[in-house]
Each structure stands twice: as structure tokens, then as C-alpha cells.
Design a protein around this ligand. Sequence first.
Ligand SMILES: [Zn+2]
Ligand SMILES: [Zn+2]
Length: 242
Amino acid sequence: MARTQGHGNPDWTRDETILALDLYFDLNGKIPSGSDERVRALSDVLRRFPYHAGASKKESFRNPDGVAFKLQNLRQIATGKGLGNVSETDRKVWSEFGTSPAQVKSMANLIRAGVVASEVAKPEMLDFEFAEGRVITELHSRREREPKLRQRLLSSRRASGKLFCEMCGAPPRSTNAEFEDAHFEAHHIIPLSSTGERTTRLSGLALLCANCHRLLHRAIAIEKRWLTVAEGRAMFGISSSN
Ligand SMILES: [Zn+2]
Ligand SMILES: [Zn+2]
């Protein structure tokens, strides 16, 4: 079989290396080949990771032979023999966790749970699917989550007074600077499909508390048309004097 040590594949990340180290500890220093069931299982998890989306379509990406190779790298560090192919991340992860198999196990469990969670999180999008369809819905949600956009909106609202939800009027529960903005999300007033713009203007955004934002998106999905913040307010019986 061809050598598969990821030519053209992205470097292993810290999370991935922790998963490999977890398996390394389980194996008690014996490195099996790529046909081993445990090696295959890890390859499977790594190929489902939410990042490296493009690379993971390549057959060579984190395939069982690549995983076995990584285990050999880790053994090289553990034993100090033949350190030729060892990466900086391998070294760092080993120096942090090389003597703590139990900690590695619990972190690896969390990481694996995270991979599963990121997969099951997808159908949730259907709750928010707009009349424009799935692609627009995903694009919309992604744009609304852009940290820079939200930060710009927050600073513009701060400059003109105190923060509050533009649907229910709720102020932040804490005025401590470290917490006060955690409440709020950016919402597009105009559906992306009708603007055709590639950049978002602040005037097209409303600052909503996370609760109102979810309710409004659910209402939009149910009504299959774009609702204004005022319509959302009316629908949920929130008085505008709030
Ligand atoms: Zn609100
Ligand atoms: Zn929104």
C-alpha cells in the first residue's frame, strides 16, 4: 500500500493529536497497522471532524495508515528514539499530557462528543429554514454569527446609549462589561436573498436578545415569510413601549 503520511493534507491539530495520544495510551506502546479496528475507528472520527472540510474529502486524509503513522510519531517522542518526523504539535501535546493518560482520556471523550454534537446540530437548522430555502438559511445564520458584524453592531448601539433588545426591550441582566453583551445577537432585518449585497450594513441589523432572536426565526419559518421585528413583537404580545 502507498505511503499515506498526508502529503498535501493539513497538519494534525491539537484536538486530533490528543485523540491519537489517547489511542496510543490504550495500546500500551504497541502500534498496530492501519488494518487494526481501533486505528480504523479513530480514522473514522477524524474524517468526520467539522474542520478540514475540503481536505477530508480526499481519500488520503487521516486514513488508517496515516493514523498508524501518527501513533508511531507519538511513540518516537515517548521513547526518544528516531525523532525525525515528529511535529511541533506532537511535542507540545506530549509535553503537556505525556504523563497524564487519565486526563487525556477525559479530554478525548469530550472531543469525540463535540464531533457528534456538531453533526447533530445540523438538523436544528431546519427549525429556522426560511421560505428562501436551505442555502439562504445557512448563509443567513452564518452571517448573523460573524463575530465582527456583531461587534460592530454592539459598539454602534453602545455609542448611542445603553444596550437593550430591540424586540422585547430587555436590558442586559448584568451591566458588568464582561457579561453585558453575552445576551445579544445580530439579526438581519432584510432577508439576504432580497438585498443581493455581499456586505452587511449596520442599518440592516437589529440587536436582539437570544430568546427573541430564536422566537422570531421560528415565527419566520412557520409563516414562511420575513417578519419585521414589530410584527414579531405583535405576534408574541410584547408591547412596544418596553
Ligand atoms: Zn428580546
Ligand atoms: Zn436573525
